[in-house]
Design a protein around this ligand. Structure first.
Ligand SMILES: [Zn+2]
Length: 278
């Protein structure tokens, strides 16, 4: 089980934006109030039924439904969440909230394990969005700020996973970016070479871009808004490749546990000596 990362969320957002922006929300049905934050069912219906969905955007791993031009519903999919476009009257296995549109179609927030959330916000300066860290593909992603995040004893991969430092990366793309930059995921940020960090800074948007081009990575539950799988799992170098050959030097890829999540790397061509391991 894993959480969608920036490329998967971006793929979902692009699909939704092209298919439902401009539609009018006719009826909202909440099947499970547990997912609601800062809003309850009656307020959601009162505020948004009859309003236009003006755009669908992304911030970090959040899907932002912009409604009536001035309010945002921020959806986080967590582990098993999906945003599915269906015909009116259709149901999905774990539907939690449905937005039915005037004319045809509905958007269903489907969430098997119920960890997903839907927040009502008036702008992006509110939690949970305001505390997100610098973000690839935006003006906030600058070398100077990126460099500063690594002046820490925290291991490189854990810096990348911290959404308050850099937002959008999860376990897959952190492993892949560190491999491409030739950096050992276990070494403290402050021990990484300047050139290695520069390479990491440059490679992160590239890895994410390539993954977006492949509509993300699917291992288990991730699907885009049409219910289709991603394809980037076929282009991974190290993630879930333990025991296989490093595509660069032929050494064996190893896996270690790092804060409860699998870290995959090539001990030969990812620079830096770890201190105390993971
Ligand atoms: Zn190698």
């Amino acid at each position: 089980m894993r959480m969608p990362e920036l490329p998967e969320v971006e793929t979902i957002v692009r699909g939704l934006d092209s298919q439902i922006s401009g539609k009018t929300i006719e009826k909202i049905t909440v099947f499970d109030e547990e997912l609601l934050r800062n809003v309850d069912t009656s307020e959601l219906k009162r505020e948004f039924e009859g309003e236009d969905l003006t755009a669908v955007r992304r911030k970090g791993k959040y899907i932002l439904l912009e409604i009536g031009g001035d309010r945002l519903l921020a959806v986080h999919l967590r582990m098993t969440g999906k945003m599915l476009l269906r015909e009116k009257g259709e149901e999905t296995d774990y539907q939690r909230i449905s937005f039915r549109f005037r004319g045809n179609g509905q958007l269903i927030m489907d969430n098997m394990r119920r960890f997903g959330t839907l927040d009502l916000l008036t702008d992006e300066k509110q939690e949970p969005l305001v505390s997100l860290g610098i973000e690839p593909f935006t003006d906030s992603y600058r070398w100077k700020d990126f460099r500063e995040l690594f002046e820490t004893t925290q291991p490189l991969k854990l810096v990348l996973l911290d959404q308050k430092k850099i937002t959008g990366l999860g376990n897959i793309y952190s492993n892949e970016a560190l491999f491409r930059a030739g950096l050992n995921p276990l070494i403290p940020g402050e021990d990484a070479s300047e050139s290695g960090l520069k390479k990491l800074y440059e490679t992160i948007p590239k890895v994410l871009e390539e993954a977006i081009e492949q509509n993300g990575t699917t291992f288990s539950t991730y699907r885009d808004s049409s219910g289709d799988s991603g394809n980037f799992q076929n282009f991974l170098d190290v993630y879930q490749k333990e025991g296989e050959r490093c595509p660069r030097c032929g050494s064996e890829i190893i896996k270690v546990d790092q804060s409860g999540r699998g870290t995959y790397y090539c001990p030969k061509c990812q620079e830096g000596k770890e201190e105390g391991g993971g």
